[in-house]
Ligand binder design. Sequence first.
Ligand code: ASP
Length: 341
Amino acid sequence: MHNVIIAGTINSVNAIPKGMELLLQGKSALDAVEETIKIVEDNPNDWSVGSGGLPNLLGEVELDASIMDGKTLKTGAVAGLKKYKNPISIARQVMEQTPHALLVGEGADQFASVLCFEETELLSENASDIHQDFLSGKSLVNKPYDAEETMKKKECYFKIFQRLVQEKKMMEWYTKYAKENHGTVNIIAKDMNGDICCGVSTSGLSFKLPGRTGDSPIIGAGNYADNRYGAAACIGVGEIAIRLSLARIAVYEMSKGKTAEEAAILAIETIKDLGEDAGFLTILVMDKEGHTVSAANFEFSIFHQERMHFWIADSLNPIPTKRECLYVDTTTEKEGEGYHR
Ligand code: ASP
């Protein structure tokens, strides 16, 4: 019988005990990951995951999630889910009940409806207020928008969206706001059978373009698990994790004999290949024995005002213990230094 282990990102501390309880009862890593993530998704104060998550530019919450079973390499994911609050459970159903790996948008909502998941209003009052503040004062477009006008109705949001696109300000906007407006939950668990599962859930980049999908539901980018080597999951600027297939890189490195620590550092170091100020990324990596580390290219969490860290619990220490992330400097000496420029 294997030592059970569960590890998760900064925002999972209050959820990990539930996952641990399930693992100690002999439940599967899949069950532990799903139930742990559901608690984070249901936390109204977490504005980066589930209901309570910050919306897209038009004020609609779009949720992404994925789950991967390291035993079978089966996976399920949803992206752009708008009506249901537990995308991780719907992702698991995609894995278990369909021949597919990823359902998006309306199709994902329809699938959830067929399975009788309960429809929920995802936009919380708080998230709506933050969105309106953003539109009225902090938009990157040159002239500030009239707050009154933007607060009136959705067509006004659409105007802002149109203007960002027409004025070709989207890059500028994204570069600035992507650094500050992100968050995701990652959970990796190993059960008594030694099976590993990895789950990821997010409302994505705040105020993103409608339909924008990050790395969280993209297997290989934001999530990967393989019992033979271990698992990895990411938080941060999803586009970078997609461009580099970051989670898969870490698992690949472990398949070549690297430790979890080496694999996490090597994965984050690949950001240098891009030769640009690519943005923030954190990777959580567990090897097949359960050794777990996290590496990040930034030292402090903007929101929690403390060093980047993750939480871990196991059979011997079932209370979540805090561990600091390894810091990896990915700044390049000069623009264009990356290998692929
Ligand atoms: N990685 C997520 C995304 O890009 C969000 C985040 O972790 O900040 O959608």
